[in-house]
Design a protein around this ligand. Structure first.
Ligand code: BDP
Length: 712
């Protein structure tokens, strides 16, 4: 009894202490907070880092590693160790074979492990070097050392700094794509202005740039496309090249290369050529000169990202050339400098020539025949699904279908279709779902990749991402770009511990919230495989009734096809047959609604309202149940958060709480508007116990969202 009382009392005191002492945080430090460790953990970390030793000459990258270790240790221990010139007991030793040749000596036990790491990997070991007990961070390059330093700090902050770790990136290209405009607006950005202050550059280098580099390097992100895929010619003019070069100088020590989105018609629009035809010698020469000019200022420039012949952007098809001819022309210009071209497969035809029957088919139809036609330094960048970053999509059929073309995955980290920066939706589970999908022709989607790009959610907001939980999506993206087989739950646990502290009473419930959050959004927006029923152009809020836009495939009614008899898009042989673009096993399995995963049912099938679902309900009743579940889960997110109030600093608690409250409203709005609309179409009564929508359909139809953010 005494024991229980004192345990309860200690618990209470701990909570009280947490409430009293948890100082407000604004989120600027992201997952690199380095708060003081508990006493026992402090002792362990201290013993592993009595002094920091980096043999050999300092480079900007080793200086960055040293600075981060000092910052981290000062935060976690209250005091940073000295840098020492010699290895001694308890040293934290950062070394490459070049800096410390004995690492690669024939008799070195680390030789094989190191060789397996490649350029960017690292290992962490408790070992003996020159007779001294040391903590070793070893790699084959300085960038590997920097990654290793971040990994060791992460382990220390979470309280597990003695593990032996070997880690090497599985993908060589790990990029962010900023959809940032040169006027600092951000297309689909919900976290303030662009962090790139083009006007102030190149003279004024905001501290944000360095902190951005640190955050990204801590995840292993090694490239960034600075500007929007809907690009402008000016970005390739001398003044903007100088600005990009200044950013590149800041990012370089952190192993991050700068890339630019190039507008295909740039030379023509700058009036420097008479055409933008990729086969014109004048155009080819212009791009070659332009590449030379860029590389003069940015010797390690990564290359170009291109959106061509999509949503009105110019491209090779304007000159009756195909995507490969366009991409290869640019590839030839950057090839002498070892640059690459990332050519996007998000294409849907301009007015008039589109396939009216199914937009989902188009990318495959344009790109599959070109497999093998792209130059060696071209990668085709494919969105995770064939429509457009919906809350749930089946994996894009191009994955597994382009054996001769390196592919990059394009995920959207910013939540254009999943509630902006207000709704909590942890995307780790969504990324994982796509990456582990089995293509049946080439292994999992993850195994088909040569690189990954994430459309950034980063902006000028103090917390970078617009909300604290949206930081987790940047984090999860980076960790999965490093290891596409990583598990969303483990990443969430790591992020939660780093962001809110390693106390499991806090971290565990936060992980649980994160793990249900994206499915909640799917349920209250687009359950059972519904898609693209959001409001026109801003993509916020429900609008399943919209049927009057210029292109059929901009209209929600095109996607859900609900009428008196049923609902869903028939992509089987009796419909658009988009299914034939998948491997035969998948096509066969999904041809039958009974063997199609329920979560994709209405993506592939048009079914009668009384179709019997495995639950025993009719499709109509199931749809209603999903909407109700979405709302219930949104409510549960907030309840779970409330329970954490005593353990979280007041500022972050309140900032999250306000958003969770708004998320409930959004969930109810979606549920009610969709039910009102689908009921008006199906003509079916609501089963007993289902709450009728709060308003009439006309009320929902009349809602407007003027000045919604993210329109660029
Ligand atoms: C859509 C966005 C649009 C982008 C486009 C793209 O609504 O703003 O320009 O994707 O990826 O999701 O090019």
């Amino acid at each position: 009894m005494r024991f229980f009382l004192s345990a309860a009392l200690t618990g209470l005191l701990l909570s009280l202490a947490a409430t009293v002492f948890a100082a407000d945080e604004d989120g600027y430090e992201l997952w690199l907070r380095y708060r003081p460790l508990e006493r026992a953990a402090q002792a362990t970390v201290k013993a592993q880092a009595r002094a920091i030793v980096i043999p050999g000459a300092a480079t900007p990258t080793t200086e960055a590693a040293l600075a981060e270790l000092n910052r981290g240790l000062a935060g976690m221990l209250g005091q940073a160790p000295q840098k020492a010139a010699r290895i001694g007991d308890g040293a934290l030793l950062l070394a490459t074979p070049e800096r410390l040749p004995e690492l690669a000596a024939v008799n070195s036990p680390l030789r094989a492990d190191l060789a397996a790491l490649g350029g960017g990997g690292y290992l962490l070991r408790q070992t003996r070097i020159q007779g001294h007990k040391v903590t070793l961070i070893a790699a084959n390059s300085d960038i590997g050392l920097l990654y290793g330093a971040y990994a060791w700090l992460r382990e220390a902050a979470i309280g597990a700094p003695a593990r032996d770790v070997s880690s090497a990136p599985k993908l060589q290209l790990r990029l962010l794509n900023h959809w940032d405009n040169l006027d600092r607006t951000v297309e689909r950005g919900y976290s303030g202005q662009s962090i790139w202050d083009w006007w102030a550059l190149p003279d004024i280098l905001d501290q944000h740039y360095t902190d951005y580099a640190r955050a990204n390097a801590s995840l292993g992100i090694n490239g960034t496309v600075l500007n929007n895929v809907n690009s402008k010619p000016e970005v390739l003019t001398a003044p903007f090249i100088a600005k990009a070069a200044a950013v590149a100088d800041v990012l370089r020590p952190y192993g991050i290369k700068v890339y630019l989105s190039a507008r295909f018609s740039t030379p023509l629009e700058l009036h420097e050529t008479a055409t933008a035809d990729p086969l014109s010698p004048e155009v080819r020469a212009w791009w070659q000169r332009k590449a030379d000019e860029i590389y003069k200022s940015i010797p390690d420039f990564g290359g170009f990202l291109v959106k061509a012949n999509s949503e009105g952007q110019p491209g090779p098809q304007d000159y009756q050339r195909n995507h490969a001819e366009g991409a290869n022309m640019l590839a030839a210009a950057v090839a002498p400098h070892k640059g690459i071209v990332m050519w996007r497969a998000f294409v849907y035809a301009p007015k008039g020539s589109h396939r009216a029957d199914d937009r989902a088919r188009q990318a495959y139809e344009e790109f599959k025949p070109l497999d093998g036609a792209f130059a060696a330094n071209v990668l085709v960048q494919v969105k995770n699904g064939a429509i457009d970053f919906q809350p749930r999509e089946p994996f894009h059929p191009l994955f597994g279908a382009m054996a001769k073309t390196p592919l990059m995955m394009e995920f959207q980290i910013t939540k254009e279709y999943l509630g902006y920066a207000t709704d909590l939706a942890y995307l780790g589970t969504m990324f994982e779902e796509t990456l582990e999908s089995d293509t049946k022709s080439a292994g999992t989607v993850a195994q088909t990749l040569s690189g990954m790009a994430g459309v950034a959610n980063i902006g000028s907001d103090r917390n970078w991402a617009g909300s604290h939980f949206d930081q987790a999506n940047w984090y999860a993206y980076g960790r999965m770009a490093w290891d596409p087989q990583a598990k969303a739950r483990n990443i969430a646990a790591e992020w939660a511990a780093l962001t809110f502290g390693p106390d499991r009473r806090v971290a565990d419930p936060i992980v649980d919230m994160m793990m249900i959050s994206r499915e909640a959004v799917v349920d209250y927006m687009t359950p059972l495989g519904l898609h693209h029923i959001m409001g026109t152009s801003h993509h916020h809020g429900p609008a399943p009734w919209v049927d009057n836009l210029e292109r059929p495939d901009w209209n929600p009614v095109y996607y859900h096809r609900a009428d008196r008899n049923g609902i869903g898009f028939d992509r089987t042989a009796s419909g658009s047959n988009a299914l034939e673009q998948y491997a035969p096993e998948i096509a066969r399995q999904y041809a039958d609604p009974r063997t199609t995963p329920q979560q994709l049912l209405l993506w592939f099938h048009h079914l009668p309202w009384d179709y019997a679902m495995p639950s025993g309900r009719t499709l109509w009743a199931e749809l209603l149940a999903r909407y109700d579940k979405g709302v219930a889960d949104a409510k549960s997110l907030r309840t779970r958060w409330s329970a954490l109030k005593p353990l979280i600093d007041a500022r972050r608690y309140a900032e999250v709480d306000q958003r969770l409250a708004r998320q409930i409203d959004n969930a109810v709005l979606w549920r009610d508007a969709c039910i009102a609309y689908f009921q008006s179409v199906s003509g079916l009564p609501l089963p007993a116990g289902v709450q009728p929508p709060a308003h009439t359909l006309d009320y929902y139809k009349a809602l407007r969202y003027p000045y919604s953010p993210g329109r660029g």
